[in-house]
Design a binder for this molecule. Structure first.
Ligand code: MSP
Length: 539
């Protein structure tokens, strides 16, 4: 039985509503998930929300509502975002759910019983405003704690600690043995450097007197766990992990079929959260090296070179963009104007430009002119052409584009280990090259001239050109369906193809992305503008 492909996003803090950075991560995961379904794989896509913690407790207090009520509202906004952007996930994680609590507590108890968790006293400088202990790293050049920390007091506090540093050497050897533990490779190097410097254990609790919006420690009811044991565990608790079994072999077949996962995360939560804490946590609870998850680390969308943040007041609202331009337009921009792993600057003007050039002009126009010509010159009917290569010189280049499209999603063949997978932006570019090639082909062949000729060779040439264009557009729709699913359906509908699966994802399959699937005599539908141009006054 082929295994399920398990993909996750981070889970999102529910102290403030989603912004375009969150939308990006969700769409990136959705595009990869859709691509794998396109290949015929079974996919389990998990995303959700991180509902506990200090930030939520503080925001709820400011809003004057209980935390449970506060998170409900924001949680709904994240659910709505998924719907608005056509993100099709299979499971939704909410860290306040009983199912999750049970796994978190089960794991903590096991580690406590195994002597991996101990109680200790911490004494040091504490920022009341930020509710955290400060280290020397937080001191300014003058040796003082800056005004951003507010009132700073000396405090003593007892807490529970996880023996993190005990596993440092294991983590180093794991990273040395697995070159694609983290993608892109430069992030793995960054992680390894951080692990080399790892000292000290991980504080995993807060006294309830200070924070009670969390999961209670099973072995001490005066404490809740904070923060990463709660958040990271979602990746297994919502995938059917049972904390009462320490061996992976004793887990349910559902869990074993899914695990390990590919975690899609931003660069800010690689070191130390996912790259150090999570991998060590899994190792400590009995996951063998070959069951370690892979980390795909993406960059950030900034605004004018600066980080987007609520406090800076420069948050871009994805709902407004999707409402204004449509889900496909936003998805396309987010997938094509950033290189996976790198940062990019968000610009609404760029979004509109890419929409007008790539989608309205190149793809939309191509579809429109081809469907119109087939209707005008052949009453909508196609004549099958067996071999494209001899008749149409662009066949070879299209096959190359399909191949490079696949490579960008899957990584290069073994002889090209430097082609890292998940470069969705290059996949999009390869698909776009096909529509550009087709448009050029129309201009070269000049079907409107052939249509006026009664010469037998011209009749055949026109048949061949129209068939080639229609069938290539069909392939193109399959390739771009993970990124712009609504448009892909629009194309299939206008081609009058697989109508029985209209609106369903199963309509698209990578196996169909090859020459000649439209049968002889196939009749296409009527042209409908796919991407109406956005005029400057609409921005
Ligand atoms: N709750 C933690 C993660 C727990 S995962 C077990 C958290 N939440 S978050 O809401 O702050 O961020 C969630 C994800 O959104 C992270 O992967 C983060 O990198 C990503 N992004 C936040 N802002 C972003 C941009 N401006 N651009 C791209 N991604 C961004 O951290």
């Amino acid at each position: 039985m082929p295994k399920t492909f398990f993909i996750t996003t981070a889970i999102y803090y529910t102290n403030s509503p989603p912004h375009v950075g969150h939308a990006y991560e969700k769409v990136l995961a959705d595009v990869i998930a859709r691509y794998r379904r396109l290949k015929g794989e079974k996919v389990f896509f998990l995303t959700g929300v991180d509902q506990h913690g200090q930030k939520v407790q503080q925001s709820a207090a400011r809003a004057g509502v209980p935390p449970a009520e506060f998170v409900k509202d924001i949680t709904q906004k994240f659910i709505d975002l998924g719907k608005k952007l056509d993100v099709q996930y299979d499971e939704w994680a909410e860290t306040t759910s009983d199912r999750h609590k049970k796994v978190v507590q089960g794991i903590l108890q096991r580690l406590f019983d195994a002597g991996q968790i101990y109680k200790d006293k911490q004494a040091g400088y504490y920022s009341v405003r930020q509710e955290q202990f400060l280290t020397d790293k937080e001191r300014g050049p003058d040796g003082e704690f800056g005004p951003e920390w507010g009132q700073v007091d000396f405090r003593e506090e007892e807490n529970y600690y996880f023996k993190l540093s005990q596993h440092r050497d294991w983590l180093l050897s794991y990273l040395d043995n697995r070159k694609d533990a983290v993608i892109p490779g430069f992030r793995q190097t960054e992680l390894r450097n951080a692990v080399e410097k790892l000292i000290g254990d991980l504080c995993i609790s807060r006294p309830k007197s200070r924070l009670d919006w969390g999961i209670e420690l099973p072995f001490d009811k005066d404490f809740v766990t904070y923060v990463w044991f709660d958040a990271l565990t979602n990746y297994i608790s919502f995938a059917d992990y049972d904390a009462s079994h320490s061996s992976l072999n004793s887990q349910s077949s559902t869990f074993r079929d899914r695990w390990p996962a590919l975690h899609i995360i931003g660069k800010d939560i690689l070191v130390p959260a996912h790259g150090i804490y999570w991998l060590i946590m899994l190792h400590a609870i009995g996951f063998p090296d070959e069951a370690m998850p892979q980390l795909l680390v993406h960059g950030w969308w900034n605004l004018g070179g600066a980080k987007m943040s609520k406090s800076a007041g420069n948050i871009i609202d994805p709902f407004i963009l999707a409402e204004k331009y449509g889900a496909d337009a936003l998805r396309y921009y987010l997938m094509s104007d950033i290189a996976t792993g790198q940062d990019a600057d968000f610009s609404e003007e760029r979004l509109v430009e890419r929409y007008n050039v790539d989608l309205a002009n190149d793809l939309g126009n191509l579809l429109n002119r081809v469907i119109t010509m087939i209707n005008r010159y052949r009453d909508g009917g196609l004549s099958y052409v067996e071999k494209i290569a001899g008749i149409l010189p662009f066949a070879v280049s299209i096959e190359q584009q399909i191949r490079s499209f696949k490579e960008e999603f899957e990584g290069g063949p073994p002889q090209y280990p430097n082609i890292e997978p998940f470069h969705v932006e290059l996949g999009v570019r390869a698909a776009r090259a096909i529509s550009l090639r087709c448009n050029r082909f129309v201009d070269d062949v000049e079907p409107w001239k052939l249509a006026k000729s009664t010469l037998n060779t011209d009749v055949l040439r026109l048949n061949a050109a129209l068939y080639a264009l229609a069938d290539t557009i069909r392939v193109l729709a399959i390739l771009i369906s993970p990124v712009v699913p609504q448009a892909a359906h629009g194309i299939f509908d206008q081609l009058n193809w697989k109508m029985e699966l209209s609106g369903k994802e199963e309509r698209f399959s990578l196996a169909d992305a090859e020459w000649g699937k439209l049968p002889d005599g196939h009749v296409v539908g009527k042209p409908v503008p796919l991407f109406p141009r956005i005029e400057p006054d609409q921005i």
